[in-house]
Design a protein around this ligand. Structure first.
Ligand SMILES: Cc1cc2nc3c(=O)[nH]c(=O)nc-3n(C[C@H](O)[C@H](O)[C@H](O)COP(=O)(O)OP(=O)(O)OC[C@H]3O[C@@H](n4cnc5c(N)ncnc54)[C@H](O)[C@@H]3O)c2cc1C
Length: 208
């Protein structure tokens, strides 16, 4: 496959514009490392995902202190969160202070924060198709963008595609060997869903 619509060369290629990919790109932006970040989503939808919309300010404060990652605009600060299991008696009470956040808004704030770095190029609507392995090294990816094929050569490729693990799942078997599973084992995965219940009145949690 040699006919590409475009060929790019970079030092670091990050797959995924979620919190992991953007944090990594932000840190590389500050270092001046030439980086391309790709995401399959449309630019204005990066950050939109199934989420409980809860974040601990402890962690966002730490990310701000460590690398300067922008903090979210929290909607509501809560003193205590209660996670209730299938059996209502199964409960996990978090007292460390939590906050609710608009997930898409925060995701957009993060991805837009990369605009300040000339060395970071964000390519939306760009989907991983194949890995390029040369002499037992992962040296790049073949991606599709609006029906066109592009090749991105990179010294380092970072798979920050979340649970889908698109890069590792496309690596050849001989490369993976017994180093790691190509897919996340099913017994390490949980199915989750999100439900928002609007109560007519202010809800007071009562233990038991
Ligand atoms: C139901 C549910 C609720 C949750 N609630 C919370 C919560 O309240 N608070 C909290 O802190 N965490 C929550 N989480 C966990 C949180 O969503 C993850 O920890 C976090 O999103 C992981 O970030 P990430 O950057 O690793 O991956 P992701 O956020 O999943 O980002 C991966 C990115 O890779 C891109 N991508 C995927 N495949 C490709 C491809 N082929 N080519 C190019 N790009 C690709 C995706 O578009 C995506 O933007 C929840 C998770 C679930 C499932």
């Amino acid at each position: 496959m040699n006919n590409f619509d475009n060929v790019y060369h970079t030092d670091v290629l990050i797959v995924g514009g979620g919190p992991a990919g953007v944090s990594c790109a932000f840190a590389l932006g500050k270092l001046g490392t030439k980086t391309i970040l790709i995401d399959r989503k449309k630019y204005e939808l990066i950050g939109d995902k199934v989420c409980g919309d809860a974040l601990s300010p402890l962690y966002t404060d730490k990310a701000y202190q460590d690398i300067g990652l922008p903090k979210p605009d929290f909607l509501v600060l809560v003193d205590q969160s209660v996670l209730i299991g299938k059996e209502p008696t199964t409960q996990l009470i978090l007292t460390s202070g939590n906050a609710t956040v608009d997930r898409l808004e925060y995701g957009q704030k993060l991805i837009k924060s990369l605009k300040q770095f000339d060395n970071i190029k964000v390519m939306a609507e760009t989907r991983v198709r194949e890995t390029i392995v040369t002499d037992d090294f992962l040296t790049g990816l073949i991606c599709s963008v609006n029906g066109k094929l592009i090749k991105i050569n990179s010294k380092i490729v970072i798979d920050a595609s979340g649970s889908s693990g698109v890069v590792r799942s496309r690596l050849p078997d001989y490369y993976v060997k017994n180093r790691f599973p190509k897919k996340i084992p099913k017994d390490e995965m949980l199915i989750a869903y999100r439900d928002i219940i609007k109560l007519p009145d202010k809800h007071e949690y009562q233990n038991g």
